[in-house]
Design a protein around this ligand. Structure first.
Ligand code: ZN
Length: 182
């Protein structure tokens, strides 16, 4: 989880800078840092999951997808707040109170997303009983849609235990997908 930790740190650092700029009444810079923090966290999750994330449109889709998957509607609302802060960087319309409230919401957004970054979805191929990480290898990408999702886990080996076809069977971790994990 070293990589995930680094991403999280980068995102938190950006938000801390935003709070410092808010204190100096640099509302536009503070707004942009908060947007950057949220975008960075969403990109990190997308990268881990093998989702497209280059460009504002795709970052928005990542938030939407996470909201759908988790059933947490607040993810959608908090994304809007972060996106509004990005707009404020260009238009400079928000008051200090608006930006303060926005940064607090982004803080909350990061707290909400952090556990999702540590987790990934795994898929079990029922034919081979091999568990792949979503976005982990080309094999997982080509067959992923037709497989049964195992669920959210923090590691491939954890998913493999649960992914067994019967309680007595432990599925095998895909060697390709386990590269670069943990
Ligand atoms: Zn794989």
């Amino acid at each position: 989880m070293v990589q995930a930790q680094t991403y999280q740190d980068a995102s938190r650092t950006l938000l801390e800078q935003g709070f410092a700029e808010l204190e100096q009444r640099d509302l536009r810079q503070a707004s942009e840092k908060a947007w950057g923090a949220a975008a960075q966290m969403l990109k990190s999750i997308a990268e881990r999951r093998g989702w497209e994330h280059k460009g504002h449109r795709f970052i928005r889709r990542v938030a939407s997808r996470l909201a759908n998957e988790t059933g947490d509607v607040e993810i959608r609302r908090l994304y809007r707040v972060a996106s509004d802060l990005h707009t404020n960087f260009y238009e400079d319309l928000d008051t200090a109170e608006d930006v303060t409230s926005g940064l607090e919401d982004v803080q909350r957004f990061l707290d909400k997303l952090a556990p999702l970054l540590a987790m990934a979805r795994y898929l079990v191929n029922p034919a081979t009983n091999v568990v792949h990480r979503e976005g982990g290898c080309s094999d997982a990408r080509s067959h992923g849609d037709t497989w049964n999702p195992v669920g959210y886990f923090s590691s491939l080996s954890e998913a493999a235990v649960v992914g067994g076809s019967s309680p007595d069977t432990v599925a095998k971790s895909c060697q390709n997908c386990s590269r670069g994990e943990n």
